[in-house]
Design a binder for this molecule. Structure first.
Ligand code: SF4
Length: 335
């Protein structure tokens, strides 16, 4: 006998909150098929799950592009690829002084995590040395935890970054394995997956993000959720495509605001303990539903600007968190 939408939502809440068990992929697929009028109720369940498993704390992070543009890879969504005619100009690596200054400014917003992002396939020795030098300086000067996003790594590089104090490494799966080849041809989904596994096996926290809105279907989004479970990230940044001029995805429509809420909620239900961070594309996608995003299972936020697009002001976000009675703090120690 099939359940009504109300029964389905009550069943999900009972399973994840009361019984503390993981939903099956079939249960998640049923929730994904709920009509749009049930999205607010689905979000409410996800919020309850987040409070039960993670508490009310929100982690605020600043990201800094320390090496922008000119990337050798051809990710179709990315304006930093040298394969496309895009507006982002390649810039050299920032100086250590510039990075520390940006870290100190980020710290002033209440952020506890600072992520250095490099538009590269993977780090060469010059970049490795730079990362190993700058990481301890940021930690010492700001007290923030340092995260790095520098593409594909080998095991030795993973170990050296960890030894230098890098707390979390970001490497996104972006999309399902079955869809990835439509988006990127210069490297494989498997290469990304293996870097994620290496990071986790070395004992560094893995931050592994998704990007919705590239033309993937519902089954592929569910497939991605299963693959995220396999890679066991500490954090998932949730990005929505903000189509960039000059890229192959420049004409794709935005994900609708309610649709975005639904997939945030489903991610929380699929991975109850994860740090779920609202990241790129949230302003254009969620528009006036920013605070609903925060009550759909999210417990972390990127403040300030993104890598190639401007975000809304940190003050606005911090006021929103205050209005929602969501305290700001570091989460990895707490979960
Ligand atoms: S997503 Fe990363 S690897 Fe892909 S083109 Fe952009 S900067 Fe390069």
């Amino acid at each position: 006998m099939s359940l009504t939408p109300r029964e389905l939502l009550a069943h999900a809440a009972k399973a994840v909150v009361d019984e503390r068990r993981q939903l099956t992929m079939d249960e998640l697929a049923e929730l994904a098929s709920l009509p749009e009028e049930h999205t607010a109720a689905l979000a409410a369940v996800a919020h309850e799950v987040r409070l039960a498993w993670c508490g009310p704390m929100v982690e605020v992070e600043g990201i800094l592009s320390v090496k922008t543009g000119g990337c050798s890879e051809d990710c179709s969504f990315c304006s930093q690829s040298s394969a496309f005619e895009s507006v982002v100009q390649a810039t050299p690596l920032l100086s250590i002084d510039e990075v520390v200054k940006a870290a100190e400014e980020t710290k002033a917003t209440g952020a506890t995590e600072f992520c250095l992002v490099l538009a590269i396939r993977g780090p060469d020795e010059k970049i490795m040395k730079w990362l190993l030098e700058v990481t301890p300086v940021i930690i010492e000067r700001t007290g923030m935890q340092v995260a790095v996003s520098a593409g594909v790594l080998n095991p030795e590089q993973v170990a050296r970054l960890k030894a230098a104090g890098v707390h979390r490494y970001n490497h996104n799966l972006e999309t399902a394995k079955s869809f990835f080849g439509r988006i990127v041809t210069t490297h494989t989904w498997q290469e990304r997956f293996e870097t994620c596994q290496m990071v986790r096996d070395e004992g560094m926290e893995l931050c592994c993000g998704v990007l919705f809105g590239m033309g993937e279907n519902t089954d592929q989004r569910l497939e991605l959720m299963g693959q995220l479970r396999d890679v066991e990230p500490a954090e998932i940044p949730v990005n929505f495509l903000n189509p960039r001029p000059g890229t192959p995805l420049s004409e794709r429509p935005l994900v609708g605001a309610l649709e975005a809420i639904k997939w945030i909620a489903l991610l929380r239900l699929a991975l109850p303990t994860v740090i779920l961070r609202l990241a790129g594309g949230r302003e254009v996608t969620l528009r006036d539903l920013q605070s609903m995003g925060m009550t759909s299972g999210i417990n972390a936020l990127i403040v300030g600007n993104y890598l190639t697009t401007l975000g809304r002001s940190a003050d606005e976000d911090l006021r929103m968190l205050e209005d929602l009675r969501m305290p700001v703090g570091a989460l990895s120690a707490a979960l």
